[in-house]
Design a protein around this ligand. Structure first.
Ligand SMILES: [Zn+2]
Ligand SMILES: [Zn+2]
Length: 571
Protein backbone atom coordinates (compact mmCIF):
# COMPACT_ATOMS: atom_id res chain seq x y z
CA UNK A 1 0.00 0.00 0.00
CA UNK A 2 2.90 2.36 0.71
CA UNK A 3 3.88 1.99 -2.92
CA UNK A 4 0.78 3.95 -3.86
CA UNK A 5 2.17 6.97 -2.10
CA UNK A 6 4.65 7.78 -4.81
CA UNK A 7 2.25 7.24 -7.66
CA UNK A 8 -0.02 9.61 -6.05
CA UNK A 9 0.82 13.00 -4.80
CA UNK A 10 -1.52 15.51 -6.37
CA UNK A 11 -1.19 19.01 -4.94
CA UNK A 12 -4.60 20.06 -6.03
CA UNK A 13 -7.38 17.93 -7.29
CA UNK A 14 -8.29 17.82 -10.91
CA UNK A 15 -11.87 18.45 -11.78
CA UNK A 16 -13.49 15.34 -13.12
CA UNK A 17 -13.50 16.39 -16.72
CA UNK A 18 -12.46 14.04 -19.46
CA UNK A 19 -15.86 13.46 -20.87
CA UNK A 20 -17.46 16.76 -21.57
CA UNK A 21 -20.34 15.66 -23.74
CA UNK A 22 -22.28 18.83 -24.21
CA UNK A 23 -20.19 21.94 -23.86
CA UNK A 24 -22.79 23.98 -25.66
CA UNK A 25 -25.92 21.90 -25.53
CA UNK A 26 -29.15 23.30 -26.90
CA UNK A 27 -30.20 25.57 -24.09
CA UNK A 28 -33.80 24.39 -24.15
CA UNK A 29 -32.82 20.81 -23.43
CA UNK A 30 -30.52 21.86 -20.59
CA UNK A 31 -33.15 24.00 -19.01
CA UNK A 32 -35.58 21.14 -19.22
CA UNK A 33 -33.14 18.65 -17.82
CA UNK A 34 -31.46 20.59 -15.00
CA UNK A 35 -33.44 18.04 -13.19
CA UNK A 36 -34.45 17.24 -9.68
CA UNK A 37 -34.71 13.64 -8.52
CA UNK A 38 -38.22 12.96 -9.74
CA UNK A 39 -37.56 14.16 -13.30
CA UNK A 40 -34.39 12.09 -13.24
CA UNK A 41 -36.27 8.98 -12.08
CA UNK A 42 -38.87 9.53 -14.81
CA UNK A 43 -36.07 9.50 -17.42
CA UNK A 44 -35.39 5.87 -16.47
CA UNK A 45 -38.62 4.94 -18.23
CA UNK A 46 -38.12 7.13 -21.30
CA UNK A 47 -37.17 5.88 -24.77
CA UNK A 48 -33.43 5.40 -25.33
CA UNK A 49 -32.88 8.76 -27.03
CA UNK A 50 -34.40 10.66 -24.10
CA UNK A 51 -32.31 9.01 -21.43
CA UNK A 52 -29.99 11.96 -20.83
CA UNK A 53 -30.38 14.15 -17.76
CA UNK A 54 -28.29 17.00 -16.44
CA UNK A 55 -28.36 17.79 -12.75
CA UNK A 56 -27.58 21.30 -11.62
CA UNK A 57 -26.17 22.91 -8.52
CA UNK A 58 -26.83 21.92 -5.84
CA UNK A 59 -27.30 18.25 -6.61
CA UNK A 60 -30.36 16.91 -4.87
CA UNK A 61 -30.91 13.28 -4.01
CA UNK A 62 -34.14 11.46 -3.07
CA UNK A 63 -33.89 9.09 -0.11
CA UNK A 64 -36.65 6.62 0.76
CA UNK A 65 -37.17 6.78 4.53
CA UNK A 66 -40.14 4.42 4.70
CA UNK A 67 -42.40 2.58 2.29
CA UNK A 68 -45.75 0.80 2.63
CA UNK A 69 -47.39 3.51 4.73
CA UNK A 70 -51.13 4.31 4.88
CA UNK A 71 -50.30 7.78 6.24
CA UNK A 72 -47.36 10.07 6.97
CA UNK A 73 -47.28 12.55 9.83
CA UNK A 74 -44.99 15.58 9.69
CA UNK A 75 -44.26 18.47 12.03
CA UNK A 76 -41.56 21.09 12.62
CA UNK A 77 -40.26 23.40 15.31
CA UNK A 78 -40.78 26.36 12.97
CA UNK A 79 -43.54 27.25 10.48
CA UNK A 80 -43.67 24.96 7.46
CA UNK A 81 -45.82 24.42 4.40
CA UNK A 82 -47.47 21.64 2.48
CA UNK A 83 -47.87 21.70 -1.28
CA UNK A 84 -50.50 19.67 -3.09
CA UNK A 85 -50.41 20.27 -6.83
CA UNK A 86 -50.40 24.08 -7.12
CA UNK A 87 -52.02 24.60 -3.72
CA UNK A 88 -49.67 25.72 -0.93
CA UNK A 89 -50.96 25.53 2.63
CA UNK A 90 -49.19 27.18 5.57
CA UNK A 91 -48.69 25.30 8.80
CA UNK A 92 -47.71 26.68 12.20
CA UNK A 93 -44.78 25.45 14.25
CA UNK A 94 -45.58 22.35 16.28
CA UNK A 95 -48.70 21.44 14.29
CA UNK A 96 -48.94 17.86 13.09
CA UNK A 97 -50.11 17.50 9.49
CA UNK A 98 -50.90 14.19 7.83
CA UNK A 99 -50.68 12.89 4.30
CA UNK A 100 -53.20 10.04 4.09
CA UNK A 101 -53.57 7.58 1.27
CA UNK A 102 -57.07 7.71 -0.24
CA UNK A 103 -56.57 5.20 -3.04
CA UNK A 104 -53.58 3.71 -4.82
CA UNK A 105 -52.65 1.18 -7.45
CA UNK A 106 -49.37 -0.75 -7.53
CA UNK A 107 -46.87 -0.56 -10.35
CA UNK A 108 -47.06 -3.33 -12.92
CA UNK A 109 -43.67 -5.00 -13.01
CA UNK A 110 -42.08 -7.46 -15.35
CA UNK A 111 -39.07 -9.71 -15.01
CA UNK A 112 -36.67 -9.61 -17.93
CA UNK A 113 -34.29 -12.56 -18.25
CA UNK A 114 -31.22 -10.78 -19.60
CA UNK A 115 -28.63 -12.60 -21.71
CA UNK A 116 -26.14 -9.83 -22.45
CA UNK A 117 -25.95 -6.08 -22.31
CA UNK A 118 -24.89 -3.93 -25.27
CA UNK A 119 -23.97 -0.28 -25.73
CA UNK A 120 -26.67 1.92 -27.25
CA UNK A 121 -24.62 1.97 -30.49
CA UNK A 122 -24.65 -1.85 -30.69
CA UNK A 123 -28.36 -2.15 -31.36
CA UNK A 124 -27.88 -4.43 -34.36
CA UNK A 125 -25.72 -6.90 -32.36
CA UNK A 126 -28.32 -6.93 -29.60
CA UNK A 127 -31.11 -7.57 -32.09
CA UNK A 128 -29.11 -10.32 -33.75
CA UNK A 129 -28.48 -12.13 -30.43
CA UNK A 130 -32.17 -11.87 -29.59
CA UNK A 131 -32.94 -13.27 -33.04
CA UNK A 132 -30.81 -16.35 -32.36
CA UNK A 133 -32.69 -17.07 -29.15
CA UNK A 134 -36.04 -16.52 -30.84
CA UNK A 135 -35.05 -19.26 -33.27
CA UNK A 136 -34.48 -21.53 -30.28
CA UNK A 137 -38.06 -20.95 -29.20
CA UNK A 138 -37.57 -18.16 -26.65
CA UNK A 139 -39.67 -14.97 -26.59
CA UNK A 140 -36.42 -13.04 -26.96
CA UNK A 141 -36.06 -9.32 -27.59
CA UNK A 142 -34.21 -6.13 -26.67
CA UNK A 143 -35.06 -3.52 -24.01
CA UNK A 144 -33.34 -0.24 -23.04
CA UNK A 145 -32.16 0.56 -19.50
CA UNK A 146 -30.04 3.14 -17.67
CA UNK A 147 -29.50 6.86 -18.16
CA UNK A 148 -26.72 9.22 -19.09
CA UNK A 149 -26.19 11.72 -16.32
CA UNK A 150 -24.21 14.94 -16.53
CA UNK A 151 -23.65 17.61 -13.94
CA UNK A 152 -22.94 21.31 -13.96
CA UNK A 153 -19.71 21.27 -11.96
CA UNK A 154 -19.75 24.77 -10.56
CA UNK A 155 -22.42 27.16 -9.44
CA UNK A 156 -22.59 30.09 -11.79
CA UNK A 157 -24.95 32.41 -13.56
CA UNK A 158 -24.53 30.23 -16.65
CA UNK A 159 -26.00 27.21 -14.89
CA UNK A 160 -29.18 29.16 -14.25
CA UNK A 161 -29.45 30.31 -17.86
CA UNK A 162 -28.80 26.87 -19.29
CA UNK A 163 -25.44 27.65 -20.90
CA UNK A 164 -23.15 26.01 -18.38
CA UNK A 165 -20.39 23.56 -19.12
CA UNK A 166 -21.63 20.06 -18.49
CA UNK A 167 -19.52 17.13 -17.33
CA UNK A 168 -20.57 13.58 -18.00
CA UNK A 169 -20.72 11.72 -14.74
CA UNK A 170 -22.26 8.47 -15.67
CA UNK A 171 -23.50 6.67 -18.72
CA UNK A 172 -25.02 3.33 -17.89
CA UNK A 173 -27.45 3.33 -20.79
CA UNK A 174 -27.51 -0.10 -22.32
CA UNK A 175 -29.60 -2.40 -24.43
CA UNK A 176 -30.40 -5.74 -22.88
CA UNK A 177 -30.80 -8.69 -25.17
CA UNK A 178 -33.19 -10.92 -23.27
CA UNK A 179 -34.67 -14.39 -23.51
CA UNK A 180 -38.10 -13.36 -22.32
CA UNK A 181 -40.20 -10.93 -20.29
CA UNK A 182 -42.28 -12.49 -17.55
CA UNK A 183 -45.13 -11.27 -15.38
CA UNK A 184 -43.95 -13.26 -12.39
CA UNK A 185 -40.55 -13.98 -10.95
CA UNK A 186 -41.01 -17.75 -10.69
CA UNK A 187 -41.49 -18.07 -14.44
CA UNK A 188 -38.39 -15.91 -14.98
CA UNK A 189 -36.46 -18.12 -12.55
CA UNK A 190 -37.44 -21.25 -14.52
CA UNK A 191 -36.13 -19.59 -17.66
CA UNK A 192 -32.89 -18.71 -15.84
CA UNK A 193 -32.44 -22.34 -14.75
CA UNK A 194 -32.89 -23.55 -18.32
CA UNK A 195 -30.34 -21.02 -19.58
CA UNK A 196 -27.77 -21.81 -16.85
CA UNK A 197 -28.08 -25.49 -17.80
CA UNK A 198 -27.38 -24.42 -21.39
CA UNK A 199 -24.12 -22.80 -20.25
CA UNK A 200 -25.36 -19.20 -20.19
CA UNK A 201 -25.00 -16.61 -17.40
CA UNK A 202 -28.39 -14.95 -17.44
CA UNK A 203 -29.74 -12.60 -14.82
CA UNK A 204 -33.15 -11.26 -13.94
CA UNK A 205 -33.75 -7.56 -14.42
CA UNK A 206 -36.95 -6.30 -12.91
CA UNK A 207 -38.62 -3.47 -14.82
CA UNK A 208 -41.61 -1.26 -14.32
CA UNK A 209 -44.07 -1.87 -17.14
CA UNK A 210 -46.58 0.68 -15.81
CA UNK A 211 -45.90 3.00 -12.86
CA UNK A 212 -47.87 3.14 -9.62
CA UNK A 213 -50.24 5.97 -8.77
CA UNK A 214 -52.99 7.12 -6.48
CA UNK A 215 -54.67 9.89 -4.57
CA UNK A 216 -53.34 11.25 -1.29
CA UNK A 217 -55.18 13.67 1.00
CA UNK A 218 -53.70 16.41 3.17
CA UNK A 219 -55.23 16.42 6.66
CA UNK A 220 -54.80 19.42 8.95
CA UNK A 221 -54.04 19.28 12.70
CA UNK A 222 -57.79 19.48 13.39
CA UNK A 223 -58.40 16.28 11.39
CA UNK A 224 -60.09 18.05 8.48
CA UNK A 225 -59.07 17.35 4.91
CA UNK A 226 -57.66 20.44 3.15
CA UNK A 227 -56.73 19.16 -0.26
CA UNK A 228 -55.90 16.05 -2.26
CA UNK A 229 -53.64 15.21 -5.16
CA UNK A 230 -51.13 12.76 -6.62
CA UNK A 231 -48.43 13.60 -4.07
CA UNK A 232 -47.71 16.01 -1.23
CA UNK A 233 -44.52 17.93 -0.47
CA UNK A 234 -43.68 19.38 2.95
CA UNK A 235 -40.99 22.04 3.14
CA UNK A 236 -39.60 24.52 5.61
CA UNK A 237 -36.61 26.75 6.33
CA UNK A 238 -35.55 24.46 9.16
CA UNK A 239 -35.65 20.69 9.61
CA UNK A 240 -38.88 18.73 9.32
CA UNK A 241 -39.74 15.99 11.77
CA UNK A 242 -41.22 12.77 10.40
CA UNK A 243 -43.21 11.03 13.12
CA UNK A 244 -43.55 7.28 13.66
CA UNK A 245 -40.08 6.40 12.41
CA UNK A 246 -39.05 2.93 13.51
CA UNK A 247 -36.94 2.91 16.68
CA UNK A 248 -33.24 2.38 16.66
CA UNK A 249 -32.01 -0.77 18.44
CA UNK A 250 -29.46 1.03 20.52
CA UNK A 251 -31.35 4.20 21.27
CA UNK A 252 -35.07 3.39 20.93
CA UNK A 253 -36.30 6.25 23.10
CA UNK A 254 -34.51 8.94 21.19
CA UNK A 255 -36.48 8.37 18.02
CA UNK A 256 -39.94 7.55 19.33
CA UNK A 257 -41.09 11.07 18.51
CA UNK A 258 -39.78 10.83 15.01
CA UNK A 259 -36.64 11.95 13.29
CA UNK A 260 -35.54 15.29 11.92
CA UNK A 261 -34.47 15.81 8.33
CA UNK A 262 -33.15 18.72 6.35
CA UNK A 263 -34.68 19.35 2.94
CA UNK A 264 -38.17 18.47 1.75
CA UNK A 265 -40.34 15.54 2.79
CA UNK A 266 -42.53 14.02 0.09
CA UNK A 267 -45.44 11.64 0.43
CA UNK A 268 -45.47 9.76 -2.89
CA UNK A 269 -46.77 6.40 -4.02
CA UNK A 270 -44.40 3.46 -3.67
CA UNK A 271 -44.44 0.55 -6.08
CA UNK A 272 -47.03 -1.33 -4.02
CA UNK A 273 -49.51 1.57 -4.20
CA UNK A 274 -48.96 2.57 -0.56
CA UNK A 275 -47.21 5.75 0.56
CA UNK A 276 -43.45 6.21 0.61
CA UNK A 277 -41.83 8.91 2.73
CA UNK A 278 -39.09 10.49 0.65
CA UNK A 279 -36.48 12.99 1.84
CA UNK A 280 -35.26 15.24 -0.96
CA UNK A 281 -31.97 16.72 0.20
CA UNK A 282 -28.76 18.27 -1.13
CA UNK A 283 -26.08 15.66 -1.68
CA UNK A 284 -23.54 17.08 0.79
CA UNK A 285 -26.16 17.42 3.52
CA UNK A 286 -27.30 13.87 2.81
CA UNK A 287 -23.75 12.54 3.27
CA UNK A 288 -23.61 14.18 6.70
CA UNK A 289 -26.48 11.87 7.65
CA UNK A 290 -24.91 8.78 6.06
CA UNK A 291 -21.40 8.60 7.53
CA UNK A 292 -22.43 8.49 11.24
CA UNK A 293 -25.08 5.87 10.39
CA UNK A 294 -22.52 3.71 8.56
CA UNK A 295 -19.47 3.79 10.85
CA UNK A 296 -18.70 4.71 14.47
CA UNK A 297 -18.20 8.46 14.86
CA UNK A 298 -15.07 7.65 16.87
CA UNK A 299 -13.34 6.38 13.70
CA UNK A 300 -10.08 8.07 12.71
CA UNK A 301 -10.38 11.07 10.38
CA UNK A 302 -8.80 9.24 7.44
CA UNK A 303 -11.39 6.43 7.68
CA UNK A 304 -14.23 8.96 7.87
CA UNK A 305 -12.91 10.88 4.85
CA UNK A 306 -12.35 7.72 2.83
CA UNK A 307 -15.93 6.67 3.48
CA UNK A 308 -17.26 10.15 2.69
CA UNK A 309 -15.58 10.07 -0.74
CA UNK A 310 -16.70 6.49 -1.39
CA UNK A 311 -20.26 7.23 -0.27
CA UNK A 312 -20.42 10.34 -2.48
CA UNK A 313 -19.26 8.32 -5.50
CA UNK A 314 -21.69 5.53 -4.70
CA UNK A 315 -24.58 7.99 -4.32
CA UNK A 316 -23.85 9.62 -7.68
CA UNK A 317 -23.71 6.16 -9.26
CA UNK A 318 -27.00 5.13 -7.71
CA UNK A 319 -28.61 8.39 -8.85
CA UNK A 320 -28.26 7.15 -12.40
CA UNK A 321 -30.11 3.92 -11.64
CA UNK A 322 -32.93 4.60 -9.20
CA UNK A 323 -34.33 2.05 -6.75
CA UNK A 324 -36.39 -0.59 -8.57
CA UNK A 325 -39.40 1.51 -9.47
CA UNK A 326 -39.58 3.32 -6.14
CA UNK A 327 -39.91 7.13 -6.04
CA UNK A 328 -36.36 7.57 -4.69
CA UNK A 329 -32.70 7.04 -5.60
CA UNK A 330 -31.60 5.18 -2.48
CA UNK A 331 -33.24 3.65 0.57
CA UNK A 332 -32.14 4.70 4.05
CA UNK A 333 -30.78 1.37 5.28
CA UNK A 334 -27.68 -0.64 4.58
CA UNK A 335 -29.17 -2.10 1.38
CA UNK A 336 -28.08 1.20 -0.23
CA UNK A 337 -26.52 3.35 2.48
CA UNK A 338 -27.62 3.75 6.08
CA UNK A 339 -28.97 7.28 6.65
CA UNK A 340 -30.39 8.76 9.82
CA UNK A 341 -31.03 12.39 8.91
CA UNK A 342 -29.91 14.79 11.62
CA UNK A 343 -30.21 12.20 14.39
CA UNK A 344 -26.64 10.98 14.68
CA UNK A 345 -24.69 13.82 13.12
CA UNK A 346 -21.59 14.94 14.95
CA UNK A 347 -18.70 17.31 14.41
CA UNK A 348 -16.11 14.73 13.37
CA UNK A 349 -18.20 13.15 10.63
CA UNK A 350 -19.56 16.49 9.38
CA UNK A 351 -15.98 17.74 9.10
CA UNK A 352 -15.00 14.63 7.14
CA UNK A 353 -17.79 15.29 4.63
CA UNK A 354 -17.06 19.02 4.39
CA UNK A 355 -13.30 18.52 3.99
CA UNK A 356 -13.89 16.29 0.97
CA UNK A 357 -16.70 18.33 -0.60
CA UNK A 358 -17.33 17.27 -4.20
CA UNK A 359 -14.55 14.65 -4.15
CA UNK A 360 -15.17 11.32 -5.81
CA UNK A 361 -13.22 8.19 -6.68
CA UNK A 362 -12.21 8.54 -10.33
CA UNK A 363 -10.39 6.59 -12.96
CA UNK A 364 -9.39 8.10 -16.29
CA UNK A 365 -11.52 11.09 -15.45
CA UNK A 366 -14.66 9.02 -14.95
CA UNK A 367 -16.63 8.26 -11.82
CA UNK A 368 -15.96 4.90 -10.16
CA UNK A 369 -18.84 3.20 -8.40
CA UNK A 370 -17.07 3.09 -5.04
CA UNK A 371 -18.97 0.34 -3.25
CA UNK A 372 -18.07 -0.70 0.27
CA UNK A 373 -18.94 -3.32 2.86
CA UNK A 374 -18.38 -3.95 6.55
CA UNK A 375 -15.69 -6.67 6.55
CA UNK A 376 -14.12 -8.30 3.52
CA UNK A 377 -12.69 -11.20 5.51
CA UNK A 378 -9.11 -10.69 4.36
CA UNK A 379 -9.61 -10.48 0.60
CA UNK A 380 -11.90 -8.29 -1.41
CA UNK A 381 -13.62 -9.72 -4.50
CA UNK A 382 -13.79 -8.66 -8.13
CA UNK A 383 -17.15 -7.10 -8.87
CA UNK A 384 -18.17 -9.38 -11.73
CA UNK A 385 -17.91 -12.38 -9.39
CA UNK A 386 -20.46 -10.86 -7.03
CA UNK A 387 -22.99 -9.04 -9.20
CA UNK A 388 -24.19 -9.46 -12.77
CA UNK A 389 -22.09 -6.67 -14.13
CA UNK A 390 -19.04 -6.16 -16.31
CA UNK A 391 -15.57 -6.47 -14.83
CA UNK A 392 -14.18 -3.17 -13.55
CA UNK A 393 -10.40 -2.63 -13.34
CA UNK A 394 -10.88 -0.59 -10.15
CA UNK A 395 -13.00 -3.19 -8.39
CA UNK A 396 -10.69 -6.20 -8.42
CA UNK A 397 -9.81 -8.79 -5.80
CA UNK A 398 -7.20 -7.47 -3.40
CA UNK A 399 -5.59 -8.67 -0.21
CA UNK A 400 -6.69 -6.47 2.66
CA UNK A 401 -3.23 -5.71 3.95
CA UNK A 402 -0.41 -3.35 3.13
CA UNK A 403 1.86 -3.78 0.17
CA UNK A 404 -0.20 -6.31 -1.73
CA UNK A 405 -1.55 -5.80 -5.18
CA UNK A 406 -4.06 -7.99 -6.92
CA UNK A 407 -2.97 -11.36 -5.73
CA UNK A 408 -4.31 -14.27 -7.69
CA UNK A 409 -5.08 -15.00 -11.27
CA UNK A 410 -7.05 -18.16 -10.59
CA UNK A 411 -9.70 -18.86 -7.98
CA UNK A 412 -8.39 -20.85 -5.00
CA UNK A 413 -9.17 -24.57 -4.78
CA UNK A 414 -11.64 -25.94 -2.21
CA UNK A 415 -8.72 -27.25 -0.22
CA UNK A 416 -6.96 -23.86 -0.11
CA UNK A 417 -10.15 -22.01 0.80
CA UNK A 418 -10.86 -24.49 3.61
CA UNK A 419 -7.41 -24.09 5.09
CA UNK A 420 -7.52 -20.31 4.73
CA UNK A 421 -10.93 -20.04 6.41
CA UNK A 422 -9.80 -22.20 9.31
CA UNK A 423 -6.76 -19.97 9.86
CA UNK A 424 -6.57 -16.46 11.20
CA UNK A 425 -4.21 -14.66 8.81
CA UNK A 426 -3.27 -11.01 9.34
CA UNK A 427 -5.43 -8.46 7.54
CA UNK A 428 -6.54 -4.90 8.12
CA UNK A 429 -10.03 -6.08 9.03
CA UNK A 430 -8.94 -8.87 11.37
CA UNK A 431 -8.68 -6.67 14.42
CA UNK A 432 -11.65 -4.79 15.81
CA UNK A 433 -11.61 -2.04 18.43
CA UNK A 434 -11.40 -4.57 21.26
CA UNK A 435 -9.72 -7.74 20.06
CA UNK A 436 -10.60 -9.85 17.07
CA UNK A 437 -13.33 -8.59 14.76
CA UNK A 438 -16.07 -11.26 15.15
CA UNK A 439 -17.00 -10.86 11.48
CA UNK A 440 -13.50 -11.74 10.31
CA UNK A 441 -13.94 -15.46 10.88
CA UNK A 442 -17.26 -16.94 11.91
CA UNK A 443 -19.01 -20.27 12.34
CA UNK A 444 -22.75 -20.75 11.88
CA UNK A 445 -24.52 -23.96 12.90
CA UNK A 446 -27.83 -24.58 11.17
CA UNK A 447 -30.22 -27.45 11.79
CA UNK A 448 -31.38 -29.47 8.79
CA UNK A 449 -35.00 -28.23 9.04
CA UNK A 450 -33.86 -24.60 9.33
CA UNK A 451 -31.75 -24.86 6.20
CA UNK A 452 -34.49 -26.79 4.37
CA UNK A 453 -37.01 -24.05 5.17
CA UNK A 454 -34.63 -21.29 4.02
CA UNK A 455 -33.77 -23.01 0.74
CA UNK A 456 -37.32 -24.10 -0.05
CA UNK A 457 -38.67 -20.59 0.48
CA UNK A 458 -37.25 -19.84 -2.98
CA UNK A 459 -36.37 -23.22 -4.50
CA UNK A 460 -38.64 -26.24 -4.28
CA UNK A 461 -35.99 -28.95 -3.83
CA UNK A 462 -37.28 -30.69 -0.70
CA UNK A 463 -34.96 -31.78 2.08
CA UNK A 464 -31.42 -30.62 1.30
CA UNK A 465 -28.87 -33.39 0.84
CA UNK A 466 -25.81 -31.54 -0.38
CA UNK A 467 -24.42 -28.03 -0.89
CA UNK A 468 -21.72 -28.07 -3.55
CA UNK A 469 -19.71 -24.97 -4.41
CA UNK A 470 -19.02 -25.26 -8.16
CA UNK A 471 -17.26 -21.96 -8.80
CA UNK A 472 -15.54 -19.45 -6.59
CA UNK A 473 -14.22 -15.94 -7.17
CA UNK A 474 -10.63 -14.88 -6.56
CA UNK A 475 -11.27 -14.17 -2.87
CA UNK A 476 -12.92 -17.55 -2.43
CA UNK A 477 -16.49 -16.23 -2.49
CA UNK A 478 -18.87 -18.74 -4.02
CA UNK A 479 -20.15 -17.73 -7.46
CA UNK A 480 -22.09 -20.86 -8.30
CA UNK A 481 -23.62 -23.23 -5.77
CA UNK A 482 -25.42 -26.48 -6.48
CA UNK A 483 -28.09 -27.39 -3.94
CA UNK A 484 -29.10 -31.03 -4.15
CA UNK A 485 -32.42 -31.86 -2.54
CA UNK A 486 -34.65 -34.92 -2.30
CA UNK A 487 -37.01 -33.51 -4.94
CA UNK A 488 -34.44 -32.06 -7.28
CA UNK A 489 -31.49 -29.77 -7.54
CA UNK A 490 -30.91 -26.14 -8.30
CA UNK A 491 -27.97 -23.98 -9.37
CA UNK A 492 -27.72 -20.66 -7.56
CA UNK A 493 -25.56 -17.94 -9.07
CA UNK A 494 -23.97 -14.89 -7.35
CA UNK A 495 -23.43 -14.08 -3.70
CA UNK A 496 -26.72 -12.26 -2.96
CA UNK A 497 -29.02 -15.13 -4.01
CA UNK A 498 -26.65 -17.67 -2.40
CA UNK A 499 -26.60 -15.90 0.97
CA UNK A 500 -30.35 -15.40 0.90
CA UNK A 501 -31.09 -19.02 0.01
CA UNK A 502 -29.01 -20.18 2.98
CA UNK A 503 -30.87 -18.08 5.55
CA UNK A 504 -29.05 -14.74 5.06
CA UNK A 505 -25.50 -15.86 5.76
CA UNK A 506 -23.03 -13.08 6.49
CA UNK A 507 -21.13 -13.65 3.27
CA UNK A 508 -20.71 -16.09 0.41
CA UNK A 509 -17.12 -16.71 1.51
CA UNK A 510 -17.57 -20.01 3.33
CA UNK A 511 -17.05 -23.75 3.36
CA UNK A 512 -19.77 -26.01 4.70
CA UNK A 513 -19.74 -29.38 6.44
CA UNK A 514 -22.77 -31.65 6.63
CA UNK A 515 -23.11 -33.25 10.06
CA UNK A 516 -25.25 -36.18 11.19
CA UNK A 517 -28.12 -35.00 13.39
CA UNK A 518 -28.93 -36.37 16.85
CA UNK A 519 -31.35 -38.96 15.43
CA UNK A 520 -28.75 -40.22 13.01
CA UNK A 521 -30.73 -39.40 9.87
CA UNK A 522 -31.52 -35.70 9.78
CA UNK A 523 -28.48 -33.53 9.27
CA UNK A 524 -27.19 -30.26 10.48
CA UNK A 525 -24.83 -27.94 8.72
CA UNK A 526 -21.79 -26.06 9.90
CA UNK A 527 -20.63 -23.06 7.91
CA UNK A 528 -17.10 -21.71 8.40
CA UNK A 529 -17.01 -18.29 6.85
CA UNK A 530 -15.26 -14.96 6.65
CA UNK A 531 -16.43 -11.38 6.29
CA UNK A 532 -19.73 -9.54 6.43
CA UNK A 533 -21.25 -8.14 3.27
CA UNK A 534 -20.54 -8.51 -0.43
CA UNK A 535 -16.77 -8.02 -0.16
CA UNK A 536 -16.36 -5.66 -3.13
CA UNK A 537 -14.49 -2.36 -2.89
CA UNK A 538 -13.69 -0.65 0.38
CA UNK A 539 -13.65 -2.72 3.56
CA UNK A 540 -14.95 -0.41 6.31
CA UNK A 541 -13.30 -2.28 9.17
CA UNK A 542 -10.10 -2.55 7.16
CA UNK A 543 -10.14 1.18 6.39
CA UNK A 544 -10.45 1.87 10.12
CA UNK A 545 -7.37 -0.24 10.87
CA UNK A 546 -5.43 1.28 7.96
CA UNK A 547 -6.26 4.78 9.22
CA UNK A 548 -5.09 3.83 12.72
CA UNK A 549 -1.86 2.58 11.15
CA UNK A 550 -1.28 6.04 9.69
CA UNK A 551 -2.53 5.77 6.11
CA UNK A 552 -4.28 8.82 4.66
CA UNK A 553 -7.71 8.72 3.09
CA UNK A 554 -6.41 8.93 -0.47
CA UNK A 555 -4.04 6.03 0.16
CA UNK A 556 -6.88 4.02 1.65
CA UNK A 557 -9.09 4.70 -1.36
CA UNK A 558 -6.24 3.90 -3.78
CA UNK A 559 -5.73 0.59 -1.96
CA UNK A 560 -9.33 -0.59 -2.24
CA UNK A 561 -10.12 1.01 -5.61
CA UNK A 562 -7.23 0.02 -7.85
CA UNK A 563 -5.76 2.51 -10.27
CA UNK A 564 -8.00 5.32 -9.07
CA UNK A 565 -7.41 8.84 -7.90
CA UNK A 566 -9.57 11.28 -6.01
CA UNK A 567 -11.06 13.97 -8.25
CA UNK A 568 -13.58 16.73 -7.73
CA UNK A 569 -16.92 16.27 -9.45
CA UNK A 570 -18.11 19.74 -8.47
CA UNK A 571 -16.95 22.71 -6.44
ZN1 LIG B 1 -31.69 0.27 -1.14
ZN1 LIG C 1 -11.17 -6.36 5.00
Amino acid sequence: MRSHLRAWAPRSLALLSTAVFAATPPSASVRMSLSGPFERLAALHAPMERRTVIVGHPIRVAVGLKVGQPAVRVTARQPFEAKVGVVVIKALSGEIWTARRVAGAPARTEFVVALRSFRPSERSSALSLAGQWRQRGYQAGVVATGIRMGIVPRLSRESATGKARVVLLHDNRCLLAHAGRFKNEAAAADCVQALISAGQSPWIQERIAAPQGGIVALIGPDGRERSRGEHITFSSRGPLRVLDMPGDDTRPRRFQNGREYQGAIHARFDRTGQLAVVNEIELEAYLRGVIPAEIPTSDPDAAIRALAVAARSETLSKMSRGHAGQPFDLCADSHCQAYSGLAQQCRATNMGVDATRGEVVARAGGLVEAVYCDTCGGRTESIENVWSTDANPSLVATEDRPGRGPFLSLPPTEDLVTRWLHSNPPAFCRDGATGQNPMYRWTVEMSGPTLDAAVNAAYNVGRVRALEPLERGLSGRIKLLRVVGEKGQVLIQKEGPIRKALGNLRSALFVVEARPGPDGTSRSWRFHGAGWGHGVGLCQTGARAAARAGFGYREILAHYFRGTTVARAYL
